[in-house]
Structures are given as structure tokens and as C-alpha cells.
Design a protein around this ligand. Structure first.
Ligand SMILES: [Fe+2]
Length: 421
């Protein structure tokens, strides 16, 4: 994000002495702050400089964190699937679930993991050292506290958290409207599509959103600002590369102080929020392909969103999509709200995922094309992840599979289950 920001106390010149101005127990007045460069691609891409009260390398303990069940199995026999994510968390489970350790793996491959969680309690402090996270807030609200500052988050927010950002999730407790998070964990960075950006990183005029639509952390945020002691020993849960399923491993680091010790920072690397309602849809006389709906990209995957919009206005237009065979990708659509015209009659509703794998042409359910003729507006809201490597099913994906979606195009033709003989 080439959008420079500065918050809190920083020295006028980088890499120069920056000292504690006021009297205190530790650090004392006149002590140096500890400057940390948090940078991507070595020292060759976006970065920020953070000024810490304590040495950021300090660790007083380290032990293993077993990061849930991340095993996956192939989508075989190869079929499109309907996964019902709202079946994954019963009300009694939510109370004891947090947004970090409670994530359940729906789909994954070597580039990206899609997880789902409905948390009812605060998460531990957490740092994902494998890649950036893009967490879509399906429902509910809460607060994300980070070393860069705090972010108030709510329905429709994409919360983009750079790799290795120490943070935690605090859901607003609500029995009727709990926080529901659709989590995209990349093994890479997640950023706006390059084609939306100038060569220096500014959003261009044709981009469906721009800098003004991004919400930044409110900081600096220090331990005492959240009622904690600056020298309170604190565990930080670290997700990192390893030999576990999906190449993921976990470690819990104990710090002898609170992780919120950054008195100021500046740079172009920080967490931010973009709300889906600020996405300005691109429409046309005939059907616009999914790249017109793109919002972010990572290595070997893209994130698109389908928002309420006027639809195709050619007099003979067919507003629902044509059948398409994405020969190079698997397509995961997460249906958030509204009526999804192309999927009518398939059982898909709010909280559903459709997985349309490469090798299987997909498109509207029978009757949906005819029903869409003359329609002027779609009120659908959906988030799509397209991956360039096949996705495998995680334990939550298998648990949420309705088992019958593959037959939803074959009315009058027999079911897909009967076709293996
Ligand atoms: Fe599609």
C-alpha cells in the first residue's frame, strides 16, 4: 500500500536517535526507543518503521502451538460443491471460540487457506508469519487491536492484515448477531490489483475504489490505553512455516512485556479496512466478466466481489452469467446477502459457499437464464476467491458439504451420484 502514513511519536530523520521524553520507570526519560523496520521482500518493497519501548527481539519463552486441523483431502470425485458455513458453529460453541485459535479450515491449497469462524470471546495476541490475511466480516462487529493502532470493524469490512503484524480480535458479544468471519490466509501478500494502480502505487481513475475508501488504524495504541500493564508478560501465538499439514506450524512466544509498546510509526505497510459497500461496481450493456469485480489479489489467487448493481442493459441481454469453464482455476463463491439470481433452485443461500472446480463448466441453474430476462438490478452480495491451483477440502469443508449440489443442473437427467456406474 503505497499510501504513506505517520502516527504517534517519530524522529524527524529515520534511523536517528529517538528518546523517551517523559519521566517513567522503564524506559526512563532520555532512554532510546528501539526502531524496527517491518519490510516486505527483504528491503525492496513497502515497509514501515516502528518505535518500540522495549527491544522487539525479546522473548522469554517459546513452546509449540498446535494450530487446529489443517489436513486437506482432494476434491475427488471432482464435483462442484455447496458448503453450508452456517452449520459449522452451534450457539453453545461460539462462547468458547476465538477468532484465531477457533478458525476451521474450509478449503486450502499451497497458496491460500479459506477458514471460517464465529467467535464469542477475545482472541490471544497473534502474528501470522506465513502471509497476509484478508478477513471478511460477514456479520456482527468488533475491534482489532494491532501494534499500528486499533480498527473498529463491522459488517462488510475486508480487514487486510500484513504478514507478521501482532494483533488480536475482540468480538462484540451478541447472541442474535455474532461476529462471523470469512478468513482468507495467503502464503503471500494481499494487495489491490496492480492494474488499478499507477506505477507509483496511487489508485487510478478506473479503479472501483481508492485511498479515500480505506480506513486506517487509530494509533498509536499502547498497553495502558487498553487497561493493561506495559510490563505484563504476554503470550503471542505465531503461525509460521513448518512441516505440518499445509506447511503450517505454530509457536507461542512469551514476551516479558505487553506487545502494545509502539509509541509511533510511519511508512506504507500497515493494516487497513475496506468496506464492500464502498466498491463501485462496473456495469455494461452485456455481461461483465469477474475481473470487472476484482478487489484484491495474492500470489496465485484473486478476490472479487459481487455487489448490488444495475445489470446488463442491452435490449437482448441475459443478465446472469453465461456457462463458463475456468480452465485454469477453482472458483469459490461465498454468498453473503441478497438473492443470487444465477443460483436459484440450487439450495444456495446466505452463508453458503459454492465450489466450482476447474474442469467442470458451470453457470446458472436450470430456469435461471429465462428468469433473469428483463431484470434491471441484482441485489446480491458475494465474495469470490479464484485460485490457480486446485483447492482441497479441509475438515470444515467436508463437514459443511450438502452432498447434492452437483445434481442441481441435472433436473430430469438423474443425479451426479448415479453417474459413476
Ligand atoms: Fe463462475
Amino acid at each position: 500500500m503505497a499510501h504513506y502514513q505517520a502516527m504517534g511519536s517519530i524522529p524527524p530523520k529515520r534511523h536517528t536517535q529517538h528518546r523517551v521524553p517523559q519521566e517513567g520507570r522503564r524506559p526512563r526519560q532520555g532512554d532510546l526507543y528501539y526502531e524496527e523496520l517491518m519490510g516486505e521482500e527483504g528491503f525492496s518493497s513497502d515497509s514501515s518503521l516502528l518505535y518500540h519501548r522495549y527491544i522487539p527481539s525479546t522473548v522469554s519463552g517459546a513452546r509449540e502451538w498446535v494450530v487446529g486441523d489443517l489436513a486437506t483431502s482432494p476434491n475427488q470425485p471432482l464435483v462442484p460443491r455447496h458448503l453450508k458455513l452456517h452449520d459449522l458453529f452451534a450457539e453453545q460453541d461460539i462462547r468458547t471460540t476465538d477468532a484465531v485459535t477457533g478458525r476451521r479450515l474450509v478449503l486450502g491449497n499451497g497458496d491460500v487457506r479459506i477458514l471460517y469462524v464465529v467467535p464469542g470471546q477475545d482472541s490471544p495476541w497473534y502474528r501470522n508469519a506465513i502471509g497476509d490475511e484478508c478477513v471478511y466480516v460477514e456479520r456482527g462487529s468488533g475491534r482489532v487491536e494491532t501494534v499500528f493502532g486499533s480498527l473498529e470493524v463491522g459488517e462488510g469490512d475486508y480487514v487486510v492484515i500484513p504478514r507478521a503484524t501482532t494483533h488480536r480480535w475482540l468480538p462484540k458479544r451478541s447472541r442474535s448477531n455474532p461476529l462471523r468471519l470469512y478468513v482468507v490466509e495467503a502464503n503471500s501478500h494481499i494487495a489491490p490489483p496492480k492494474r488499478y494502480l499507477s506505477r507509483y502505487g496511487q489508485f487510478l481513475e478506473h479503479s472501483p475504489y481508492c485511498e479515500r475508501d480505506l480506513r486506517l488504524p487509530v494509533g498509536p495504541l499502547l498497553a495502558e490505553d487498553i487497561g493493561a500493564e506495559p510490563e505484563e508478560p504476554t503470550n503471542v501465538y505465531l503461525k509460521h512455516r513448518g512441516t505440518g499439514p499445509g506447511g503450517v506450524a505454530g509457536t507461542i512466544h512469551t514476551l516479558p512485556f505487553h506487545p502494545l509498546d509502539v509509541v509511533g510509526w510511519d511508512g506504507c505497510l500497515y493494516p487497513y479496512v475496506f468496506n464492500i459497500s464502498d466498491y463501485e461496481p462496473i456495469t455494461g450493456r452485456i455481461h461483465q466478466p469477474p475481473p470487472a469485480h476484482q478487489v484484491f489479489e495474492g500470489w496465485n489467487f484473486v478476490i472479487c466481489n459481487f455487489v448490488p448493481r444495475k445489470v446488463d442493459y442491452h435490449p437482448l441481454a441475459i443478465p446472469v452469467p453465461y456457462y463458463h469453464s475456468n480452465v485454469d482455476s477453482d472458483e469459490v463463491m461465498f454468498y453473503v446477502d441478497g438473492d443470487y439470481e444465477a443460483r436459484k433452485g440450487s439450495g444456495i443461500g446466505r452463508g453458503s459457499i459454492s465450489l466450482h472446480p476447474g474442469g467442470h463448466p458451470h453457470g446458472p441453474q436450470p430456469g435461471a437464464m429465462e428468469a433473469s430476462l428483463g431484470v434491471e438490478r441484482f441485489d446480491e452480495l458475494a465474495v469470490m476467491v479464484d485460485t490457480f491451483r486446485p483447492l482441497e477440502l479441509g475438515e470444515a469443508g467436508r463437514a459443511a458439504d450438502d452432498g447434492v449440489y452437483a445434481s442441481s443442473w441435472s433436473r430430469g437427467w438423474g443425479s451426479a451420484d448415479e453417474s459413476d456406474d
